[in-house]
Design a protein. Sequence first.
Length: 297
Amino acid sequence: MSAQATLSRQYVKLCDRRDFDDERLRATIRDIVPGRPEDEEVERKNWEYALLAMFLEDVGALTEDTEVLAVGAGHEHVLYWLTNRVARVVATDIYGEGTFSGREADDSMLTNPAAFAPYPYREDRLEVRHMDAREVDFPDESFDVVFSLSSIEHFGGPADIQQASREIGRVLRPGGHAFIATECFLEYGPLDVPTVHFLARVATLGRMGGQATPRRRAIDVFTPRELHSRIVDPSGLRLVQPLDTTVSPETYENVATIHGDSRVEPESGVFHPHTVVRAPRTSRWTSVALAFEKPAA
């Protein structure tokens, strides 16, 4: 049976401020990220956690037989939450390497994942592996669920992201489900074109434009079309719903500007609510969720 027949809500969508009016979503956030004040629950990362959890519940994947692979996993709260609900969770990342090595991908996760646990978890259900997402070291059709949250956009240029998407599809079992959350533009203007970012990099001798190339922006954000060409199509998987790119006006409350030094500057001066971001001289973006199924053989 297709997952579409069992879904209780829209999962393939942009993060919308009104999503947080859903008490089921709020309750799921509190379960995964407990103890936060109510006004601090309105955050894109919490939304990603909740949609993943609710999607897996809707498709019947939270069982004692389910094997889960997390790609670009860091030490996310949801890893520990899942260990209390499934048979096996394998967290993979380039721990100790790259931009996030001193933050979400600290190499101590390889030897002491319990140090990052937000609550008690079934330690025998969690395996942590150093692994490049572009070359997943597992056989074809090894997992019932594969997910990646706010990571795939950082895997490199378009070819790297396409390769990581193929790997996600390859290791997923027929009848299984995948969930990818990443970044998507809410609008798109001339200054968001990759070649413009690359020319800025060349003209300023690298002071602006960061990692930009003729095909890669200085910011790791996709257009809806790029979501399909770089993630959906290469994966070989089927979206469970069409992508909904509409958001409510409330979503734009408190847009946060991310500066080159990683400083975040919200319009209100306080971090929450946190749903929409931008970089200087770029259009606004937010999280997007892509939920997939792999047709049974």
